[in-house]
Ligand binder design. Structure first.
Ligand code: NAD
Length: 332
């Protein structure tokens, strides 16, 4: 199939070119994000492949349909950036990569936790400047702590298992408890109880109406003032302004973020020589107990290979038999 790939970086081009040796699609790689302005890059491609920070609103979808596009292939698990109702009305199927490596994301959550806790990022900078002192580098033993996991699907389950390996008590909250987690000794609790007893809290639920700002001012007020809060899931799970107030009041011990509410305007681009216009994000970066990575939890060799393979396979299935493999359905 002729595919227009939007928003591609060198690493996307490498992994998709390598995997495409098995699929033989005709791929055009474009650097710009998909938007109403860039739809015109499409000539005769009948599939588009996009990432989480591309725009797939009603206007863009309508323009894609008018261009003759027949399939939207998301090279991500998340689909909250797609107007699924409009896509459905236009008869534009949307396919995705439902799971690529739960280990990649769960392990990054642990990396944020351990880097923050043992101040590895600060120690690294300090040593490179010839400062070998230990002040402000003291962490805590993770062993024996209570870890609260919100969302115990594929990623949350792996995270629970890793934290049990550290010797933690793992408690969880999920609208649909995972029987395998129960069997492994994870205790399901009401959300408020989890928030109040956990030393470490990690978010692994999707963003939807029920989880939007699940960590708001009220939720933060229930947590221990020493809490370590980790979010590798979606930025909008946390009310960033409320979290900044809690940080200013010293009611959060450590905060590790791989995602941010308004990340679309910032992440994946180099702003090192410009001025960041987002004052809320800039304020977040000033706290010594906050660590931010730019939505890279998925970014491992294994995950990238799987993302490319499943995406190209989804497209091949559609091309050869019209099958919508890994189709995205409109949530109820
Ligand atoms: P999953 O669908 O396997 O699990 C999600 C879990 O959240 C399910 O058990 C579900 O019941 C639960 N849930 C839904 N609504 C809830 C609510 N209101 N309260 C509590 N739990 C609720 O998803 P997954 O593969 O484990 O992925 C989890 C999230 O990780 C994704 O939604 C995505 O936002 C994020 N993610 C981030 C990256 C990254 O690079 N940072 C990569 C992949 C996925």
């Amino acid at each position: 199939m002729k595919i227009a790939f939007f928003n591609t970086k060198a690493y996307d081009r490498e992994s998709f070119t390598r995997e495409n040796e098995h699929y033989h699609h005709d791929i055009s790689f474009f650097e710009p994000h998909l938007s109403l302005q860039t739809v015109n890059l499409i000539t005769d491609e009948t599939a588009v492949c996009v990432f989480i920070n591309d725009c797939l609103d009603a206007e863009v979808l309508t323009a894609l349909k008018a261009k003759g596009v027949q399939l939207i292939a998301l090279r991500s698990a998340g689909f909250n950036h797609v107007d699924l109702v409009v896509a459905d009305n236009l008869g534009l199927p949307v396919v995705r990569v439902p799971a690529y490596s739960p280990y990649a994301v769960a392990e990054h959550a642990v990396a944020l936790l351990m880097t923050l806790n043992r101040r590895v990022h600060r120690a690294h900078n300090r040593v490179r400047e010839g400062d070998f002192s230990l002040h402000n580098l003291m962490g805590y033993d993770v062993h024996g702590k209570t870890v609260g996991v919100i969302g115990t699907g594929k990623i949350g389950q792996v995270f629970c298992k890793i934290m049990q390996g550290f010797g933690c008590r793992v408690v969880a909250y999920d609208v649909q408890p995972n029987p395998e987690c129960v069997q492994a000794g994870v205790e399901y609790l009401p959300l408020d109880e989890l928030l109040s007893i956990s030393d470490i809290i990690s978010l692994h639920c999707p963003i939807n109406e029920s989880t939007m700002h699940i960590i708001d001012e009220q939720a933060l007020s229930k947590m221990k003032p020493t809490v370590t809060l980790i979010n590798t899931s979606r930025g909008k799970l946390i009310d960033t302004k409320a979290v900044i107030q809690a940080l200013k009041a010293q009611r959060i011990g450590l905060l590790g973020l791989d995602v941010y509410e308004e990340e679309e305007a910032i992440f994946y681009e180099d702003f090192s020589s410009s001025v960041i216009q987002d004052d809320v994000f800039s304020r977040l970066l000033t706290f010594p107990n906050v660590l931010v990575t730019c939505h890279q939890a998925f970014f491992t060799q294994e995950a990238m290979k799987k993302i490319a393979g499943v995406t190209l396979d989804n497209i091949s299935q559609f091309e050869t038999s019209g099958v919508i493999q890994n189709g995205v359905k409109i949530p109820n």
